[in-house]
Design a binder for this molecule. Structure first.
Ligand code: G6P
Length: 511
């Protein structure tokens, strides 16, 4: 399917018109570019799109087999054929649609076990015999970004008296910061690694265990180590007691994993009830995604808008500006979710993807801060980059004048991107903002556990739909393997794959 060719007539038709005029034309356009699912509204009226172009996009999804594909996802079919796996993240929210009842039973049993452990950590049954006050999650990539985002976003829902810290980087400062002020007696180190082979995580886990052992001895250290992994045998081999190994399924992708035992640190820090509410919010979006007709389907619509900008209009990047301090880690989270899922060179059949297809370059930050840093580039730089404004309605409609002003900033930026401004006087050319730059608003009703779960699930399903339309596999990530191999070679002193320039660099690092 040549996506660009199918979209081209619409792209050409809409390219000539000033975006402001298109937006103000109204008519059926307003209804065709707004969607609602549970607590989330998507307003795409500031996109260079209209009802006819949307119809062409929905036809792409239909042609790619949208209905069968979503059924296959929820049924637990192998939707990740290059690794021979299903994608079970939605089943972690509700396993009832899974064909394989063994999976469903294992997922439900695993949930009960992590919840019981999280409760035990609150009292005398905690690993060290006293309530846990510090959790140190050691993990990287999907085993870090999800828990980090959720912990940050759910600040208002944290349990009192527990502090969760994250160690992902090999810079020893990461662990130093994480143990700062911690009482080893009441610390739990949670090693989160799907594969339990990731070298950063294993090195940091050894260092954390050494810190515990230096304070409490070997037995005391062992008692305070837990693991969440899809390779329980490897965690046991590392020295973690089976009673504190919490497995999850191979079919749960790393960047889709915090809903599983990989969210153990969250379940302890937020409590099992809050954690269950996050799952419930995601489940509501799952239900919407599974059942809403294509044209009303918010994750599908969002995916198609991103396909429109990337494959139709040839725009490489998308900016995510979250107008909420609590959601400031969302851009980093989406960067992994989208770029690791959709940064692929080929379709499922191995044929090459054309230029301007696959994932967008996702980047962003926290509004209104970023208005004072990179928004200059968005307004006057020579490239157009569509912006997703992530908004939290109840924040801006509170009585606090600052919160209200934060909302005003969002609306103002969206308007400035749309219409720009004609500069005047001697510096007119410098003061002119061209406008005509697309943006969307993703409005969350409120930032509570259900809302957060819904927001994340929306993006997971959006990525699934983009993978479907492009015909690629969003669930593998072969591209990250080479760097791991080369690092291991260097650490073992095997220089056979390196050229002179790389070896000069290696010598500088005493490798
Ligand atoms: O959870 P782990 O197996 O330790 O993997 C951690 C991360 O590293 C890998 O290289 C992948 O790029 C990520 O998708 C994954 O989340």
């Amino acid at each position: 399917m040549d996506i660009a060719r199918q979209l081209d007539p619409h792209v050409k038709r809409l390219a000539g018109e000033p975006l402001g005029a298109l937006v103000r034309a109204g008519g059926g356009r307003d209804a065709a570019l707004q969607w609602q699912a549970g607590p989330i509204a998507l307003d795409a009226r500031h996109q260079r799109l209209d009802a006819d172009a949307m119809n062409a996009l929905f036809a792409l999804a239909d042609g790619a087999g949208f209905d069968d594909a979503r059924k296959a996802l929820f049924a637990g079919d192998v939707v990740n054929p290059t690794e021979g796996r299903p994608a079970l993240h939605a089943a972690l929210r509700d396993a009832s649609a899974l064909k394989d009842r063994d999976y469903a039973a294992r997922i439900e049993a695993a949930r009960a076990r992590t919840a019981a452990f999280a409760r035990a950590c609150q009292g005398a049954d905690a690993p060290g015999g006293k309530p846990v006050t510090r959790i140190i999650n050691i993990g990287i990539g999907g085993s870090d970004l999800g828990p980090r985002l959720v912990y940050s976003a759910m600040k208002a829902f944290r349990r009192e008296g527990v502090d969760l810290r994250f160690v992902s980087n090999l810079d020893p400062a990461d662990l130093e910061d994480a143990v700062e002020g911690a009482d080893p007696e009441t610390t739990l180190v949670c090693v989160t690694s799907k594969s339990f082979t990731t070298s950063e995580t294993l090195m940091n886990a050894r260092a954390a265990k050494a810190w515990l052992a230096a304070n409490l001895g070997e037995d005391g250290a062992n008692a305070r180590m837990a693991a969440a992994t899809a390779a329980p045998g490897k965690a046991e081999g590392f020295g973690i007691a089976p009673a504190r190994i919490f497995p999850f399924e191979e079919g749960v992708g790393g960047r889709y994993s915090f809903w599983s035992a990989a969210g153990l640190c969250l379940e302890i820090a937020l409590g099992p009830d809050v954690f269950a509410r996050i799952l419930e919010g995601a489940r509501q979006i799952d239900e919407h995604f599974a059942t809403a007709p294509a044209k009303d389907n918010l994750p599908l619509a969002k995916a198609l808008i991103d396909v429109w900008n990337r494959a139709g209009r040839g725009l490489l990047a998308r900016c995510v500006a979250a107008y909420s301090t609590r959601l400031e880690l969302l851009p980093a989270y989406l960067q992994q979710l989208e770029m690791e899922s959709l940064g692929k060179p080929v379709r499922l059949d191995g044929s090459a993807l054309p230029a301007h297809s696959g994932g967008q370059l996702v980047w962003g930050g926290k509004g209104s801060d970023v208005q004072h840093s990179f928004f200059q580039w968005l307004h006057q730089g020579v490239d157009e980059v569509p912006v997703d404004f992530i908004a939290v309605k109840t924040l801006y409609t509170s009585d606090d004048e600052r919160a209200k002003a934060l909302g005003a900033n969002l609306v103002a930026q969206s308007a400035a991107l749309l219409d720009g401004h004609e500069g005047e006087g001697a510096l007119a050319a410098h003061k002119t903002l061209p406008g005509g730059r697309a943006s969307s608003v993703i409005m969350l009703e409120r930032l509570d556990p259900e809302g957060l779960g819904a927001l994340i699930a929306l993006h997971e399903h959006k990525v699934f739909c983009e993978g479907l339309v492009y015909g690629l596999n969003p669930f593998d990530q072969w591209g990250v393997e080479l760097g791991k191999l080369l690092t291991n070679d260097l650490l073992k002193g095997n220089h056979s794959r390196f050229d002179a320039a790389s070896l000069d660099l290696a010598r500088l690092f005493r490798l």
